[in-house]
Design a binder for this molecule. Structure first.
Ligand code: NAD
Ligand code: UFG
Length: 337
């Protein structure tokens, strides 16, 4: 197949583009480079032995987007493009709704005009909000608690309505848990701009000496060691989930929702221990107050993805940390080095 990948030069996108190329698909990446660099795709091309095509297009520019569909015949779209920083979304909600929801509406209108109705969308476990009911199952009511999460929830609603109104659409809503790790080559990985919001990139930057210590947000949660528990999933397992979902929706009409997680939770202290082992030295940390809005425990019930897609995550927390560390150590300044 020939697949259009929006946001394909970003973290999860670049790993998925590589998996698509390795599986024999042709790939056209569309990205405005707001939070990524073309260097990721250069390296993906080297790893795959053939390139993905790149179009510097902003989803908010509907004319340019339409032109991308006119000049590139594609069978399906994987839609990663979006802004994802929770704190920034609280400060700049309009920017987030405009970019994420507005950009998606433009994409859907172009897809319809060009008769492309197969879509895999990057949703997030954030749509479950602060639900304490674990494991999280797809049928739970959605209740996002911040503007970023609400953009995901709104896009899920829009896609569900479109699928209900027109049976020609095939749509996968993939709810990712906590993507971490990097390709085992150490050539591609997560390269956050500014201070990382998420645990693993922060830990990695401390381990490589770019920051002093990790602040562990809360040690009084009702968990065995008092720190928050999350379902970390290796980005390569996640990439494989996209290929499985793409295969499924290509031949199954309708709107489908799947959690992509391991089904296993790890605490912040367990992550720090695994990362310290990967790096070969202790990663310094200090306890700090809870971060507002954080759930104590979040992990997936991934059984629907296994039953429908035959997909499950295989990589361990240690492999995630080993691969994340290799990428960080070999690229201490990310792609800008
Ligand atoms: P990322 O920032 O690395 O990648 C997103 C890409 O989208 C970037 O390359 C950015 O330049 C591009 N982009 C943003 N707005 C655009 C626009 N208007 N037009 C064109 N390109 C645009 O993020 P990621 O971690 O790879 O996440 C990919 C997707 O998965 C996002 O939709 C994100 O919300 C979702 N997601 C991520 C996580 C996570 O923890 N990383 C968890 C759940 C869901
Ligand atoms: N944490 C720390 N110190 C840090 C960063 C995080 O102790 O510097 C803790 C958090 O309190 C939490 C755990 O590490 O217990 C994981 O935090 P992340 O910020 O890495 O991940 P979250 O689960 O809080 O949220 C992320 C995204 C959400 C998304 C969710 C699931 O920010 O938007 O993953 O995909 F919904």
């Amino acid at each position: 197949m020939r697949i259009l990948v929006t946001g394909g030069s970003g973290y999860i996108g670049s790993h998925t583009v590589l998996a698509l190329l390795e599986a024999g698909h042709d790939v056209v990446v569309l990205d405005n480079l707001a939070n990524s660099s073309k260097e990721s795709l250069k390296r993906v091309g080297e790893l795959a032995g053939r390139p993905a095509e790149f179009l510097a297009v902003d989803l908010l520019d509907e004319a340019a987007l339409d032109n991308a569909f006119s000049t590139n015949e594609v069978d399906a779209v994987i839609h990663f493009a979006g802004l994802k920083a929770v704190g920034e979304s609280v400060e700049k909600p309009l920017y987030y709704y405009h970019n994420n929801v507005g950009g998606t509406l433009n994409l859907l209108r172009c897809m319809e005009r060009h008769n492309v109705r197969t879509l895999v969308f990057s949703s997030s476990a954030t749509v479950y909000g602060a639900s304490e009911e674990v494991p999280l199952v797809e049928k739970l009511p959605l209740d996002a608690v911040n503007p970023y999460g609400r953009t995901k929830e709104q896009i899920e609603d829009i896609l569900s309505d479109i699928g209900a109104a027109d049976s020609r659409w095939n749509i996968a809503l993939l709810r990712y848990f906590n993507p971490v790790g990097a390709h085992e080559s150490g050539r591609i990985g997560e390269d956050p701009t500014g201070v990382p919001n998420n645990l693993l990139p922060f830990v990695a930057q401390v381990a490589v000496g770019r920051r002093d210590k990790v602040m562990v947000f809360g040690n009084d949660y009702p968990t065995p060691d008092g720190t928050g528990i999350r379902d970390y999933i290796h980005v390569l397992d996640l990439a494989a989930g996209h290929l499985a979902a793409l295969d499924y929706v290509y031949s199954n009409k309708g709107v489908h929702r799947w959690n992509l997680g391991t089904g296993k939770g790890s605490s912040v202290l367990e992550v720090l221990a695994a990362f310290s082992k990967a790096a070969g030295h202790e990663v310094p940390y200090e306890f700090a107050p809870r971060r507002p809005g954080d759930a104590a425990i979040s992990y997936a019930d991934p059984s629907a993805a296994l039953a429908d897609l035959g997909w499950s995550a295989h990589k361990t927390l240690q492999q995630m940390c080993d691969d994340h560390w290799r990428w960080q150590k070999e690229n201490p300044q990310g792609y800008s080095a």
